[in-house]
Structure formats: C-alpha cells, structure tokens
Design a protein around this ligand. Structure first.
Ligand code: SF4
Length: 345
C-alpha cells in the first residue's frame, strides 16, 4: 500500500484517515497539532501516542517536507530567500522578511508561471505545474524549522498566479488560519492576483476571509497589455468592475500593487488615470520601485519614485512606497531560480 502524505490534510480529512486505519477520531486532532503547530516531521516524536500506534502510522503514512537547496541572507535587511526542491526535482522560491513586529513570508503557488509578465523573473521561466496544498504549506513550515522565526504574516505573491491554482491555495490559507495549527489570522493572509476576473468573483461570492491584492501596474489597457499579457483576456474595465464588486460585497479594502517601471508607468498621466480608475474603491495602493531583473533598464530613480508618489498627496486612499528589502539577494521571486537555472532538474 502506498503511504499517505498527511501534510496538507484538513482536520476532517485526518479524521477520515484515522478512522480508515481503525483508530479513534481524537487521534486526528493530535496529528493536526503535531504537524501544523509543533511542525514535526516524524511520528517518533509524537509522545502522546503509544509506540505501537506510532509504528502503525510510520507504516501507512508520512509527513511531507521540502528540501532547502539554497538560502541567501541579505546583508542590507533581515530578509532571507529560500530555494526549495520539490520531490519531483523542480524548485520554488520563498522569502522571509522581518521588520519590527512583522515577520512575513512570501510563498509561491506554482512552479513557474504561464502569464509572462515582462518585468517578472518568474514570467521568463515558463509554467511547469501547480503546487499541491502541502507544498504551499511546507514553504511556511520549512522556513519556521530553518530559522526558528515566529511568522506573523503570509503573502501569496511568490512564483505563480495563485488564482490559477485556486483550490490548493485556498485550502492552504484555511489550514494556515486554523486555530489549532499555525493560527495565522485571516487578515494577515494576503492573496495577490494579476487579475483573474472569474476567480475574483468566486473569491467574493465564497466570502473568503483573506485579504485580496491586485497587481495592477498600469491604468491604461494598451500599456498594461504590453507588460502583463493577461490584460488582453482580463481587461482593466472588467477587472476594476470585479474589484468594485469585491469591495462592495466584502466591505473590505483591496490592496492594489503598482510596480514602478522607469519611463513606462511613472508619468503624471499614469497617476491621474490611476486615481480616476480607483476612485470610490476602498483601497490601499502600494508603489513598488522595480527591482526584479538585474541589469534591466526598469529601475526608477529615487527622484522618479518620489515624484510619482507626490501625485497622490490629495488622494483619499493610503498610498505607500514599498522599497525592496533584499536587493542584494534578488528577493523578488523567480530571480534565484532564473539566475541559477534551477527551475527544473
Ligand atoms: S508577476 Fe506574477 S502573474 Fe506575472 S509572470 Fe510573474 S508570477 Fe506570473
């Protein structure tokens, strides 16, 4: 019989598993806490279970884990970047950012990405496959095991488009949120999409409790399509309509991410159109000075960033500049895999 990977299973699924091996239902809650809260990798250490039960579990199941194949530490900030090898030999990246009270991990949802945004290192790698729920979860747990950091926030903003791996990502988020596991509050979990419109409606209608971020990057269709080809299928007008629907139904603020690309989207007319587009939507705008692909011509100057920011002085939404925390380790996702050629075996 093939062994079952228990990581990635919900409490209810663990209950079905323990019942299927003729054990009492309460064993599922014990397993859940050991796997997600205590973050162990072996049944041996589960001291509240008898030796014979532990041996039985060992014969029938296992607790999946990713292998860290490369870890880079920034010398400029408390940022670390992890390259994890999956069991089929493929690689994904995750980032840990520690700033004052926040200890945030940025997790990947796919190996590579099919959407091909021109400014994104992952986009240049192509798409390999969706991550399974346990592979999303173990990025978090592996970082915790490797660093001992008590992670407080999660952003699903690494390699891949999370809404194109919707079920696995949402299942992972609910597991992260479970009070008997990692217990990350639902408003401390952010899912960032490039704008997959049907999934924004689905996310809204399902009343998902997690925060939504939309990677916008341009307020003009032709410009956005040229840097984010997905815009040709999910154009701005319909995307903003979906964002308004989400804001109205959920009564939650949306975060719009706007990567500042030198001489591309940093003109006053870009700022004016952006303000027009987002007017009336309860939102927050994060301006992110480009830092992804080394030696490209897209890094804006500090003056260009500050000038763009100044166009929003009287805009009612919160607008922040998010300077990269790990320039020296290429902390934007996809760069490590791209630079080492390690997306695949
Ligand atoms: S920015 Fe996001 S959606 Fe676009 S190619 Fe990169 S990973 Fe994919």
């Amino acid at each position: 019989m093939e062994k079952i990977n228990l990581k990635g299973l919900t409490l209810e699924e663990l209950e079905q598993f323990v019942l299927s091996i003729k054990e009492k239902k309460f064993r599922a809650a014990q397993l859940f806490a050991w796997i997600y809260r205590r973050n162990v990798l072996s049944f041996d250490v589960m001291t509240d279970m008898s030796k014979s039960l532990r041996e039985k579990l060992e014969n029938m199941a296992y607790i999946g884990q990713l292998t860290a194949s490369n870890i880079q530490k920034s010398t400029l900030s408390e940022t670390q970047k992890f390259l994890f090898q999956l069991n089929d030999g493929l690689f994904v990246e995750s980032v840990l950012m520690v700033e004052e009270k926040r200890r945030t991990v940025c997790l990947s949802s796919q190996v590579g990405c099919a959407l091909g945004c021109t400014f994104c290192a992952t986009g240049t790698l192509g798409f390999k496959r969706n991550l399974e729920t346990w592979e999303i979860i173990d990025q978090f747990l592996a970082i915790q095991r490797l660093t001992g950091v008590d992670i407080s926030n999660i952003v699903i903003m690494g390699m891949g488009e999370p809404f194109l791996n919707y079920e696995a990502v949402l299942k992972a988020c609910h597991l992260f949120n479970h009070p008997d596991g990692t217990a990350i509050g639902n408003r401390r979990i952010v899912i960032s999409t490039s704008g997959i419109i049907p999934q924004i409606y689905r996310f809204t209608d399902e009343k998902q409790p997690f925060k939504l971020a939309i990677s916008l990057n341009s307020p003009f269709d032709n410009q956005r399509s040229s840097i984010m080809p997905i815009n040709k299928h999910h154009p701005l007008e319909r995307l903003i309509e979906a964002a308004r629907y989400y804001a109205k139904k959920s009564r939650q603020r949306i975060t719009f991410e706007y990567v500042l690309l030198k001489n591309v989207n940093t003109r006053q007319e870009d700022a004016d159109q952006l303000k027009k587009l987002l007017s009336g939507i309860p939102c927050k705008i994060n301006l992110i000075p480009y830092n992804a692909i080394p030696d490209s011509n897209w890094q804006p100057t500090i003056e260009e960033v500050e000038k763009f920011y100044s166009y929003f002085l009287n805009f009612p939404a919160v607008v922040s500049i998010r300077w990269s925390k790990g320039q020296d380790i290429q902390a934007a996702c996809g760069q490590l895999a791209a630079s080492t050629g390690e997306l695949s075996v």
